[in-house]
Design a binder for this molecule. Structure first.
Ligand SMILES: [Zn+2]
Length: 264
């Protein structure tokens, strides 16, 4: 039964992708978070785990406003630091060179894993998560379009994925990326019930498959706090190396998302 479900999920993934490089996806995500008014100014919390690179002394950021009983949608971190955040979605294509790059270069990454895509080899991601700066967060059980599901079905997708990830990796997720960047109010409510504080969207798409350029949200450049989306796919390491060079060339560094979006 599980095999059938996984097969179906992979077919959907292969056909549509997680959140395609279609700039519409990212602009939708951006529109949906425009109403978030910053409410507090904080310094990155370095007490638990230091960022992979030293934060600048004037490092600061604002957390988005919170609505009780709802996970908060975030598509970019409100910060003046010249930092961007790398998020790698889905799972299912375990790529050793990518794991090596993340470990050797100490690039902090948030992996949003779909549990049925990775349950044949959860240890692969577990080894990466043991490196400083790496975290694993929720990307549902089967990668559905959540707004088409009932509240209860959405809650099952989110809570079950969190339970599974916790059993594999020991930490309960507090971030969730809705597949395709699609969510509604039921998603925000169900996610909160599952202990999720943030629905993490994105503001920039990284080119995949060795071609194309970054799809920026404005001015064809990174802006501080951009959240970059890419996927666990074959040859990810080549795209990653190219992307990291672009990030550095523009004067940015990759920071750890959890330092700017701590558990509430
Ligand atoms: Zn996805």
């Amino acid at each position: 039964m599980r095999v059938l479900a996984l097969t179906a999920a992979v077919v959907i993934f292969a056909t549509v992708g997680c959140a395609s490089a279609d700039p519409t996806s990212s602009s939708v995500a951006g529109d949906e978070s425009k109403n978030e008014a910053p409410e507090s100014l904080r310094s990155p919390q370095s007490s638990e785990k230091p960022p992979a690179e030293q934060a600048s002394p004037e490092a600061n950021y604002r957390l988005p406003a919170q609505t009780p009983g709802r996970a908060t949608a975030v598509n970019r971190i409100d910060t003046k630091d010249r930092v961007v955040f790398l998020t790698i979605d889905d799972g299912g294509h375990e790529e050793s060179p990518t794991a090596q790059i993340l470990q050797e270069k100490k690039v902090p990454v948030t992996s949003f894993l779909t549990t049925e895509f990775v349950d044949h080899d959860p240890e692969f991601y577990g080894q990466i998560a043991e490196v400083d700066g790496q975290i694993i967060q929720n990307h549902t059980v089967t990668h559905p379009e959540l707004p088409f599901l009932s509240y209860n079905s959405q809650r099952q997708q989110i809570c079950e994925a969190s339970r599974t990830l916790r059993s594999w990796y020991g930490a309960k997720p507090w971030m969730m990326r809705p597949p395709y960047g699609e969510y509604n109010d039921d998603t925000a409510a169900a996610a909160a019930k599952c202990g999720v504080d943030y629905l993490v969207l994105w503001s920039v798409n990284m080119p995949e498959g060795g071609k194309g350029t970054f799809l920026y949200s404005q001015n064809q450049r990174f802006v501080p706090g951009d959240i970059i989306l890419v996927h666990w796919r074959p040859n990810l390491h080549q795209d990653l190396l190219r992307g990291l060079r672009d990030i550095k060339r523009q004067g940015f560094r990759v920071a750890a998302l959890q330092d700017y979006l701590p558990r509430r």
